[in-house]
Write a new protein. Structure first.
Lengths: 193, 487
């Protein structure tokens, strides 16, 4: 419903009231498990395909640690984005109801969760090819849905969505940096560093 | 203290030269981006160089960087700085003839630079490839530019020097210093010279120049642009003028040390690398202070956002500014740099700044400034909105593809097999990158198409019009300066 008729879903979301705990336990937690689970299955079965002939095969324990960290990073990203959004809401005249912020992020993140099915075959390029359109879709949902779900004007919503994108960019690039640091310190592929 | 002698009431602003710089900047953006897109296509289909030396990647890539950096960015900065300094000093520009000299001479320099690079003349220093005769010409023109800009400040009719002018002033002074010191060389012929410095010293001087060209030209200069056009466009004073002054000094102090982070794990002393890394991390504070100041300034301008497509581009540029200014310090951390250095991740980082920040804020300012310069509404708001979405999609595709390529490259280069040998060969890694290069080409092309739409839009707005004559306010100069943040 959310993916097919986003506008109607946003209106329905704005009219309903969800508790933050309800959204987190019933939806976010389970959706957040999907990307690491798919990554675990894909990496143990096919290895990490970086476009070369030979895939990078890692021990199952290492893959488990990487996927667990991936899960916690996603949860941290989700919760921190909601809290940051709630903080921004004061500036942009939006609702400060944490449940609404959680619900919005679930909807916005849905295309990315769907795209993460591609982790079942962890070829980096194919994943990028699928996840980039999903990301653009997510951004479209954020710009479209934020003013409706968080009950602010379209112009204020546009500003707030741009600020949220700034934060999410930073969160994503932090994830990239943290991953690289972990590899350098021995968790991940065997590198000559 | 001697009383200040205020100049006589001025006539009108000199805006013809501003319009000329704007048109030149738009043309250079098209030329520079076309060269960039073609160079990106060559990485996917190498045969596109047609075995013709000027079209080979090595030459075309430098033409691309020089055209966008010196043609597009500097022309845009010169034009907007002349526009800003007149309006924040309430005076016609000092020596308009010199301003026109700067315009024509600078365009000749960029053309001469492009031709010399196509011919293969190259000093071998990144962003400072031009050979010594052109370097001398740059120095002369830059000094004239400084005379015009600071001359206008000197004859200003408002006591306060507005924050934009501090940023523009730092840009002019520091770029002059960087260019002169880094370009010192011993000529051996009309088109060949060798750096005055040797070995590690040469590398340190080069990256002191290279990084601060990014710092004071692509950051400082454009912050000058932002601090004038954002409050004007949103019709709001700067959220915190005090924060803008504080971040200016913190920015100027901390940026200048960060250059050697380009030389991690090289032959330069380790303490120099560590110092650069630490100062890069400190740099995050003033950078984000500026971003927050910008976002908070525009946060209540909802009505303007509805009417002004340029404001959307500026708001988005602030998000990319925040990203680039976070990513840069992060990549300066040695544990990250060991993977990211020399990979496409760096190219992605540069373009999140160059496309996402510099180009978008310039486009946003042009959408604001050009209709006012010619006294006509923008030809098509719809086209400007299409440009916004094309630019966003283009820069996203570009940056994400380069992140993917960079991580792939870094991991593959450093991967070891069971015997501790390098696992993958260079050719194999290069072949693995080709799909990312195709994605990058798509992203760059989308951004380029957006720039073409903007050019059409601006040229249709300008077409058949003359520059509007605007007179500075004639209020008494002995009255108090305007409230902080209201240029």
């Amino acid at each position: 419903m959310v993916l097919i008729r986003p506008q109607a879903s946003f209106v329905a979301l704005s009219e309903a009231h969800f508790s933050a705990l309800h959204v987190f336990v019933r939806l976010a937690l389970w959706l957040g498990m999907m990307p690491p689970l798919c990554a675990y299955v894909g990496m143990t079965k096919h290895g990490w395909q970086l476009g070369t002939v030979e895939p990078l095969m890692l021990p199952k324990v290492t893959i488990g640690v990487i996927c667990a960290l991936y899960f916690f990073a996603l949860l941290f990203g989700f919760i921190s984005a909601a809290i940051i959004g709630r903080w921004m809401a004061g500036t942009y005249g939006a609702t400060r109801d944490l449940g609404a912020h959680f619900a919005l992020l679930v909807v916005v993140g849905a295309p990315l969760v769907l795209g993460s099915l591609m982790h079942l075959y962890p070829d980096v390029f194919l994943n990028l090819l699928v996840l980039v359109p999903c990301l653009i879709w997510s951004m479209f949902l954020l710009y479209r849905g934020l003013p409706i779900v968080l009950q602010t004007t379209p112009e204020q919503g546009m500003l707030m969505a741009s600020s949220m994108i700034g934060y999410l960019f930073v969160a994503f690039v932090s994830l990239l940096g943290i991953s690289v640091c972990l590899w350098v310190y021995g968790i991940g592929p065997r590198l000559g560093v | 203290m001697a009383a200040i002698k205020w100049p006589a009431a001025p006539t009108t602003y000199e805006d013809d030269v501003v319009l000329a710089f704007t048109i030149a900047a738009v043309l250079w953006s098209l030329i520079g981006m076309a060269a960039g897109v073609y160079a990106a296509a060559e990485l996917v289909w190498p045969a596109l160089n047609l075995d013709f030396a000027p079209l080979t990647f090595g030459r075309l890539r430098t033409v691309h960087t020089n055209a966008v950096l010196f043609g597009f960015a500097v022309s845009a900065l010169m034009g907007t700085s002349f526009y800003t300094v007149q309006r924040t000093c309430h005076i016609r520009i000092f020596a308009p003839n010199l301003a026109w000299t700067v315009f024509f001479a600078w365009q000749l320099i960029v053309i001469a630079g492009a031709v010399s690079l196509f011919m293969g003349a190259n000093a071998g220093k990144e962003y400072a490839e031009l050979e010594w005769p052109i370097d001398i010409a740059i120095t002369v023109v830059w000094v004239i530019y400084g005379v015009v800009f600071f001359g206008t400040i000197a004859i200003r009719r408002i006591e306060q020097i507005y924050i934009s002018n501090w940023f523009f002033g730092a840009f002019i002074l520091v770029v002059a210093m960087l260019h002169i010191v880094n370009s010192l060389a011993i000529p051996v012929s009309a088109f060949k010279s060798y750096s005055l410095y040797a070995g590690a010293q040469d590398a340190i001087v080069q990256w002191w120049y290279g990084h601060n060209a990014v710092g004071f030209l692509l950051t400082g200069g454009f912050l000058g642009m932002m601090y004038y056009f954002l409050p004007k466009q949103s019709e709001r004073p700067i959220w915190s003028y005090r924060l803008s002054v504080l971040s200016f000094w913190a920015f100027a102090y901390s940026y200048i040390w960060a250059g050697p982070h380009h030389l991690h794990f090289s032959a330069i002393p380790e303490w120099v690398q560590t110092l650069a890394m630490v100062m890069s991390l400190i740099l995050l504070a003033p950078s984000w202070a500026t971003m927050i100041n910008g976002i908070m300034t525009v946060s209540t301008a909802r009505q303007k956002l509805r009417e002004d497509p340029g404001l959307k581009l500026i708001v988005l540029s602030l998000a990319f500014y925040g990203l680039a200014m976070f990513e840069g310090p992060m990549m300066a951390i040695r544990s990250v740099n060991i993977i990211s250095h020399f990979t496409e991740w760096t190219i992605g980082h540069v373009h999140s700044g160059a496309l996402g920040w510099n180009a978008l804020i310039t486009f946003g300012c042009f959408y604001f400034m050009v209709p006012r310069l010619v006294g006509q509404p923008l030809w098509s708001v719809r086209l400007a909105n299409i440009h916004f979405w094309l630019a966003l999609a283009g820069v996203m595709l570009y940056v994400l593809s380069m992140w993917g390529a960079g991580i792939t490259q870094g991991v593959l280069w450093l991967s070891l097999d069971e015997l501790g040998q390098v696992r993958y060969g260079f050719n194999e890694i290069l072949a693995a990158l080709q799909p990312y290069y195709l994605l990058r080409l798509l992203g760059g092309s989308a951004f380029f198409v957006g720039a073409i739409l903007m050019s059409i839009n601006l040229f249709m707005t300008i077409s058949g019009q003359r520059t509007v004559t605007v007179a500075p306010p004639t209020t008494s100069m002995r009255s108090p300066a305007p409230a902080a943040g209201t240029p």
